[in-house]
Design a protein around this ligand. Structure first.
Ligand code: NAD
Ligand code: ZN
Length: 359
């Protein structure tokens, strides 16, 4: 069966596009109880961007901390409960931040119309009713969360997305100026999420011309930003990386992530390692899957003088390594893509533990 995927309804891209947000939201304000909810990365509290948020008197503003942990089902439930208790049903939810905030916004929009904890809906097509209007304004580039049909949350039992057509944003506003303040290591880690999405997308059985068209262009842009003669931080490269992120995400939509994301999920679940960094930690040891792309990755790390922690496993217990291997093993769609439908005949948990022990 071929995928029949839901794309973003509307996209606004360019420097300063953020200032169009008020006009974009205006027609939506007539819906439900006539107020918007802005979910904004705590980083922007007191910064210049805070003053530019098109907040009307009736609106709600949540500053969310995504620095100490990745988004949780509890966090989404708390925001949803507070909105419904204090003001009723919003016209829309706007997420302004990196992948974490975008996922919180997507999940909250769904949970406004779905009862109980968001942890009940972690999985594919478990959400029962469409959510309210939701818009995403990324302030990092690389995750592809701006276009994906999943909102990844860490719950009491698993790290897994609320995945369905309704998760996809109705609107994204892509303003590359907003990413200029991302710290250098984070710029690299999140950017490498995109690079790795493209490499994984092309290294598996679900790859096809659709994924290839977006993936090749996204890879080219990543290489301009991270390894070409004009690589590094610049306004031009911020523009490129924002489009690379979107295209990398679209490449994945019609393909799949693979081994690196499986290992990365294990690290994030057991140790709370942030997604981009967890990918970078794992990718170095996956030459078997990704060949020359690993050397290319290592060269980009060197060129930009990025810190990627090493010898982590020295402090890991066997129990922790086993738990990570369990999490990684239980991602069948990733292994099917990476190794084929008979992946269970080829992959063992012992092998996964062996790779974790190298990290
Ligand atoms: P993030 O959103 O977790 O943010 C990382 C750090 O950067 C935070 O400390 C944040 O405060 C800071 N930050 C964000 N924007 C900034 C800015 N403009 N200036 C200064 N600091 C800024 O990082 P991310 O890499 O964008 O997202 C990772 C998250 O995205 C993970 O939770 C992961 O699970 C999720 N993700 C989701 C998808 C999806 O398809 N839904 C795909 C990949 C990753
Ligand atoms: Zn990713």
């Amino acid at each position: 069966m071929h995928k029949n995927f839901k794309n973003i309804d509307k996209v606004c891209y360019g420097r300063g596009a953020f200032d169009q947000l008020d006009d974009i939201l205006e027609p939506k304000r007539a819906e439900n109880d006539h107020f918007m909810v802005f979910v904004v990365d705590e980083y922007f509290r007191g910064k210049e961007l805070e003053k530019r948020i098109p907040l009307h008197d009736e609106d709600m503003l949540f500053f969310e901390d995504v620095d100490s942990h990745e988004p949780t089902t509890e966090q989404v439930d708390r925001i949803r409960d507070q909105i419904l208790a204090e003001k009723g049903k919003p016209s829309g939810i706007i997420g302004i931040g990196g992948g974490s905030i975008m996922d919180i916004a997507k999940a909250t929009a769904l949970m406004i119309n779905n009862e109980g904890s968001s942890s009940l809906y972690q999985g594919l097509n478990l959400v029962k009713k469409p959510g309210v209007y939701h818009a995403g304004v990324p302030t990092t580039s690389g995750t592809g969360a701006e276009c994906s049909m999943t909102a990844v949350l860490t719950g009491p039992e698993k790290k897994l997305g609320l995945k369905c057509d309704w998760t996809v944003f109705n609107q994204v506003v892509l303003d590359p100026e907003l990413t200029a303040t991302v710290p250098k290591n984070q710029w690299f880690y999140t950017g490498m999420d995109c690079f790795i999405h493209c490499i994984e997308s092309e290294s598996g059985i679900f790859y096809n011309e659709f994924s290839k068209a977006y993936g090749e262009q996204a890879l080219k842009l990543c290489r301009d930003v991270f390894s070409g003669p004009d690589s590094g931080r610049s306004p031009e490269n911020d523009e490129k990386l924002m489009i690379a992120s979107l295209f990398g995400g679209l490449s994945l939509t019609y393909s799949e992530v693979g081994a690196c994301h499986a290992f990365s999920y294990g690290l994030s679940y057991v140790f709370g390692t942030r997604h981009g960094l967890a990918n970078c930690i794992a990718f170095q040891y996956l030459e078997e899957f990704y060949g020359d792309a690993v050397a290319e990755f290592n060269e980009m790390v060197r060129k930009h003088n990025i810190d990627i922690p090493k010898n982590l496993s020295a402090n890991w217990s066997d129990e922790e390594i086993t738990r990570m291997a369990d999490v990684a093993y239980n991602l069948p769609h990733m292994w099917t893509h990476a190794m084929g439908h008979d992946w269970k005949d080829k992959l063992t948990k012992e092998y996964l533990m062996e790779v974790y022990r190298k990290m």
